[in-house]
Structure formats: structure tokens, C-alpha cells
Design a protein. Structure first.
Length: 115
């Protein structure tokens, strides 16, 4: 039953204006490990496609804010932040892209349609 609803939802949003990213959340994505880098890890290629404005090393940790809307639950919209932690290019070690958003739990499945 769930897969049918999910399949129908994907078909509904699938069009030329959307890019869908699906990920099973890790404990590190949600902050359950106690680390300082809470936020959904996003592969570099995805960031380059969706958030080209932050894919550079002209400044430390470029980011962009956007509105997160949870269409599957009755939740208010919230602010999300896509950030490129690029300190490796500034004499430190980090070189990764993340999205800080929402209250998420390890093992949850997150589906992000971007338009």
C-alpha cells in the first residue's frame, strides 16, 4: 500500500521542473552521533546541480537558505541551509557539502524534490 502511494506521489511531482533526491538518513546526518556537523550529507555532484551558487572556494563556507516544505506530514514550513564546508581550501581539513534542516532521525527516509 505504502509503495503505491509513494509511487503515485513520485509520478505526481516528476516533471521537468523537479529533481528528486532520496536518502536513508544516517546517525551522522541527524546529529545522533553527538558530532558538531549536524546536517544531511549531500554528494558533491548533487550540490553542483542544485546549488551552483555555493559550489566555489572564493569564500569560506558559502551557503544558501531556502524554505523546506514537508508535503507528507502536517508540518509548518521551515528554513533549511545548504552549505559547502570548504575549509580545506583555507588551511584546515573539511571539504563537504551538507544541508542543515528539520528535525530528522537516523533511519528516516528523506525525499527532497527540488524545483
Amino acid at each position: 500500500m505504502f509503495m503505491s502511494v509513494f509511487h503515485n506521489w513520485l509520478l505526481e511531482i516528476a516533471c521537468e521542473n523537479y529533481f528528486v533526491y532520496i536518502k536513508r538518513l544516517s546517525a551522522n546526518d541527524t546529529g545522533a552521533t553527538g558530532g558538531h556537523q549536524v546536517g544531511l550529507y549531500i554528494p558533491s555532484g548533487i550540490v553542483e546541480k542544485l546549488f551552483p551558487s555555493i559550489n566555489h572556494t572564493r569564500e569560506l563556507n558559502p551557503s544558501v537558505f531556502l524554505t523546506a516544505h514537508v508535503s507528507s506530514h502536517d508540518c509548518p514550513d521551515s528554513e533549511a541551509r545548504a552549505i559547502y564546508y570548504n575549509s580545506r581550501h583555507f588551511g584546515k581539513t573539511r571539504n563537504e557539502k551538507r544541508m542543515a534542516l528539520l528535525q530528522i532521525v537516523g533511519g528516516d527516509k528523506l525525499i527532497i524534490p527540488f524545483c
